[in-house]
Design a binder for this molecule. Sequence first.
Ligand code: 5GP
Ligand code: ZN
Length: 120
Amino acid sequence: MPSPREECLFCRLVAEGDHVHSADGFVAIRDINPIAETHLLVLPQRHVDTFKEVAAFPDDEAARMLRFVSETADVAGLEDYRVLVNVGAGAGQTVFHLHWHVLGGRPDRERIVQALEATG
Ligand code: 5GP
Ligand code: ZN
C-alpha cells in the first residue's frame, strides 16, 4: 500500500478518523455536512485523486471496495440508498482523495440542488 499523503485530509481521516465501519484497506465515516438523513463517505486507504485513477487499484482491491460500499450501507441499516462519486471539480468534487458517498433516508433536497448548482 503506498504511504498516505501528509497534506491529504482523507488520508488523515483514514488513519485517525471516527470510523462507522472499517475493513482491510477501507473505512466509512459520517459526512461533516450531510445532504441526506444518513450520509456516509467510503474512503479507500490507497490514495488516488479521483475515480479516473481506479485502475491503480489491483482487481481484487477494486472488487473489495465495491463490496465494502455495500456492507457500509448494511451496517448503517439502509435498505434503499444512493451511491455517488463526484469525479473532478467540474462535477462537484472538492476533496481529491477518491471517495464514495452513501446517501440514505430523507434527502435534504435544498442542499442537493445547491450542490448540483455549484457545479454550474
Ligand atoms: P466531494 O464534494 O469531494 O464529492 O465530497 C467531499 C465531502 O467531504 C463533502 O460532502 C464534505 O461535506 C465532506 N467533508 C469535507 N471535509 C470533511 C471533514 O473534515 N470531515 C468529514 N467527515 N467530511 C468532510
Ligand atoms: Zn489521500
